[in-house]
Design a protein around this ligand. Structure first.
Ligand code: NAD
Length: 495
């Protein structure tokens, strides 16, 4: 069913959107960007990107707000917490609008957008609780001294997020940064900026933050280089591809050595051992997690490693899942999978499917565009499973970021670990077994930031999330992410 708020969205989308700097909306003097609805390929909105001058203004606004306070000052922490809780309330009051814009822009199922927006409200509540709960240390030094370490906000933080969870990834970054007293400049992906624009409108209308504390810049990635190289930015927090993350490290080195935290790509293994407690649950979860978000999830289990005794049963189960899967309108309750986010990304996934065929992987299902009815207008792909693969194939090594599963058979624990770790990435990994000892041995041996035993894909604000190897540096969520937005200062007092 289409939400009633769609007609509100059609009106809202008509006006060209701009940047939010120092508590004011500005047209922006960069490139004009079009937002395209991936369900039908039509332009839904336009906005102006930020030029270098606009970015300079945003950095100055953030610096002024940080230097003068009150947001950054300890005397304001009670008000800081209250403002964050007020933003959580605003988000919940406008959850339907924000979710509608998210689905129009990204193509993810409306139910998923609804969950993502609710998650952002929860994050504002969660981190509002941390404003007065992070303690420093008294250091046990030798001699007649009092030595203590206190934690201060980092300062001006640039945050750059991708298109796959537009408002949710922004929420992951904004909330701990604001809770710790920093000033923020957030840049969403130019492919999916609408939900962040609407969120800033809500915050602006309610006048809930002091000017300059949270600024929004828009535009293509290359235009944000001015932010990542800016000498007056203290930190860049980034979620996106490994290739861009690498560039940002260079930008830091070439400018002021600002700190950089990175949440990057993945090619996560999911190991089904023959002694899995519930083989059907393992099959269901492997399928649903890869396909439901149309495969546009960083930590999805895209390499399915299956022990030979249950290999045929798993393939049979996956083929069965395909017959019930419905690809279509992301606003419809009928659909299980919406369109890929953009034409460019859709073509990249189809390109990888060709690569898989060329490498000799066998197609169990899918492998083509879905053109049923109105789907022909948009960027829909049938869920695709390649079987009998080996881990050297490009479809096993490279991040496809679509609903494409690569299934690899293995023999025994040692081979499973070897294949799983044979990847430049280390974001997440899963395993299914009824053997407690084996589960612990394998979990200890896997090289990844998240390990899921007997249920792939568990997420909670209280559990940190981050990658190993080329999947990133630093962890979002939980207490861990507060260390990204504070810097320690050790103070010595001689008696
Ligand atoms: P991307 O790297 O192309 O873009 C991410 C953001 O960086 C966008 O806002 C983009 O405009 C900006 N950008 C691009 N070039 C830039 C530059 N030179 N300077 C500054 N900013 C620049 O990634 P994407 O295609 O939007 O998103 C998909 C990627 O994100 C996948 O690799 C996925 O795995 C990753 N991701 C990781 C996590 C995680 O938590 N590890 C979560 C979500 C997505």
């Amino acid at each position: 069913m289409k939400p009633a708020v769609l007609s509100w969205a059609n009106g809202w989308l008509k006006d060209r959107k701009g940047l939010y700097i120092s508590g004011e909306w500005r047209p922006g003097s960069g490139k004009v960007v079009e937002s395209v609805n991936p369900a039908n390929g039509e332009t839904s909105a336009t906005f102006t990107g930020a030029s270098e001058q606009d970015i300079d203004l945003a950095v100055k606004a953030a610096r002024d707000a940080f230097s003068k306070g009150p947001w950054s000052k300890r005397s304001f922490i009670k008000e800081r917490g209250a403002a964050m809780r007020e933003i959580a309330r605003l988000i919940r009051d406008h959850q339907d609008e924000l979710s509608t814009l998210e689905t129009l822009d990204n193509g993810k199922l409306y139910s998923e957008s609804w969950g993502d927006v609710g998650d952002v409200a929860d994050l504002f509540d969660y981190y509002s609780g941390w404003v007065d709960k992070l303690y420093g240390d008294v250091n046990p030094v030798v001699g007649d001294f009092l030595s203590y370490t206190c934690l201060e906000p980092v300062g001006v933080v640039g945050q750059i997020v991708p298109w796959n969870f537009p408002i949710d990834m922004a929420g992951y970054k904004i909330t701990p940064a604001l809770a710790m007293g920093n000033s923020v400049i957030i840049k969403p992906s130019s492919t999916t900026s609408l939900s962040m624009i609407r969120l800033m409108e809500l915050i602006d209308t309610a006048r809930v933050l002091p000017a300059g504390v949270l600024n929004l810049i828009l535009g293509p990635g290359a235009s944000a280089s001015h932010l990542t190289r800016h000498p007056d930015v203290d930190k860049i927090a980034f979620t996106g591809s490994t290739a861009v993350g690498r560039r940002l490290v260079h930008d830091s080195a070439d400018s002021n050595l600002k700190t950089v935290s990175l949440e990057l790509g993945g090619k996560s293994p999911n190991i089904i051992f023959a002694d899995a407690i519930d083989l059907q649950a393992a099959i269901d979860r492997s399928w649903t997690l890869t396909m439901s978000g149309k495969g546009e999830k960083c930590s999805e289990p895209t390499r399915l490693l299956v022990e030979r005794p249950v290999y045929d049963a798993v393939l049979k189960g996956l083929a069965e899942k395909y017959t019930h899967w419905r690809v279509g309108d992301p606003f419809s309750d009928w659909s299980n999978q919406g369109p890929q986010v953009s034409k460019e990304h859709f073509e990249s996934i189809l390109g990888y499917i060709q690569v898989g065929r060329g490498e000799g992987a066998h197609l169990l299902c899918g492998g083509d565009q879905n053109t049923d009815g109105d789907n022909a207008l948009g960027y829909y792909i049938n869920p695709t499973v390649f079987v009998d693969c080996n881990n050297k194939m490009r479809i096993a090594q490279e991040e496809i970021f679509g609903a494409v599963l690569t299934v690899i058979p293995f023999d025994g624990e040692a081979e499973a670990i070897e294949i799983a770790n044979d990847s430049p990435y280390g974001l997440a990994a899963g395993l299914w077994t009824s053997d407690i000892g084996k589960s612990q041995r394998v979990a200890n041996a896997l090289q990844a930031g998240q390990i899921f035993i007997n249920r792939y894909g568990c997420y909670d604000h209280a559990s940190p999330f981050g990658g190993w190897k080329e999947s990133g540096w630093g962890q979002d969520l939980a207490k861990a992410s507060l260390s990204l937005y504070t810097k320690p200062k050790a103070i010595w007092y001689a008696y």
